[in-house]
Design a protein around this ligand. Structure first.
Ligand code: 13P
Length: 260
């Protein structure tokens, strides 16, 4: 809906724990020669590789001046120090990361990340000049109980605690219903629009209408080239956060092309 809203469509590929740095280089190269300059201007295409791939991706994208963005899948809430295994916002910024995924359901589930930590990570990203891709979304039980809108908005409120108006515009929100992730069960365009429309309304209430109009909100969960068009046709949906389908260059390129 970019022509109407003025928001640039964004297709982001969350590779999760897939592809080593050599495979990463091959995939980004293939994306770059599969997509035209025009297509990459119309739609912002972003890859989110594992940490160990980022330096290689940076070198390739910078060296060849590719019109592809990149970022990370996680960030530490801390700035530096004795936090074994963690990666700081400053380190990611130094590698040129523009985006970082925060609050992904896999981290909430497997790494016990709660709303307080998600809020701290959102602030850590913003403090380093990196745009958080803030993931929210309900599990199957909550969907079936009909509480999905309230649940997702509560996650949003908690993640944005004490985040100011000028900062919130830099954030990308991704609505990823947990039951749709990696299951092949994509939300209907209407289901996705219901929650994403409610997220935008909540942003307008918390901040301003103008702010809410500028924040990009994505859908994620079993997005493929054959279902993405109907989803991004919805008035409040500005793109997709793609998992499985993003580690195939041809498949992801088709999704990017359909983002317009
Ligand atoms: P799938 O596209 O594999 O369902 O994953 C979605 C996701 O979790 C993106 O962050």
């Amino acid at each position: 809906m970019a022509e109407v809203t003025g928001r640039r469509p964004l297709m982001a590929g969350n590779w999760k724990m897939n592809l080593n740095h050599l495979e990463a280089i091959a995939l980004v190269q293939k994306l770059a020669f599969t997509l035209t300059e025009q297509q990459l201007n119309d739609v912002e295409a972003v890859v989110l590789p594992p940490f160990v791939d980022i330096r290689s991706v940076q070198t390739l994208i910078d060296g060849d001046k590719l019109l592809i963005g990149y970022g990370a899948q996680d960030i530490s809430a801390h700035t530096a120090g004795a936090y074994t295994g963690e990666i700081s916002g400053a380190m990611l910024a130094k590698l040129g990361c523009q985006y970082v995924v925060v609050g992904h359901s896999e981290r909430r589930q497997y790494h016990a990340e709660d709303d307080t930590l998600v809020n701290a990570k959102v602030k850590a990203a913003l403090a380093s000049g990196i745009a958080p891709i803030l993931c929210v979304g309900e599990g199957l039980e909550i969907r079936e109980s009909g509480e999905h809108v309230g649940y997702t908005l509560a996650q949003l409120d908690a993640a944005l605690e004490k985040v100011k108006t000028d900062e919130v515009e830099k954030i990308v929100v991704a609505y990823e219903p947990v039951w749709a992730i990696g299951t092949g069960k994509v939300a209907t365009p209407q289901d996705a629009q219901e929650v994403i429309g409610a997220i935008r309304t909540r942003l307008a209430e918390k901040y301003t209408g103008g702010t809410a109009d500028r924040v990009r909100i994505l859908y994620g969960g079993s997005v493929k080239h054959d279902n993405v068009a109907a989803i991004i046709e919805q008035p409040d949906i500005d793109g997709a956060l793609v998992g499985g389908a993003s580690i195939d260059a041809e498949g992801f390129a088709r999704i990017v092309r359909l983002g317009k």
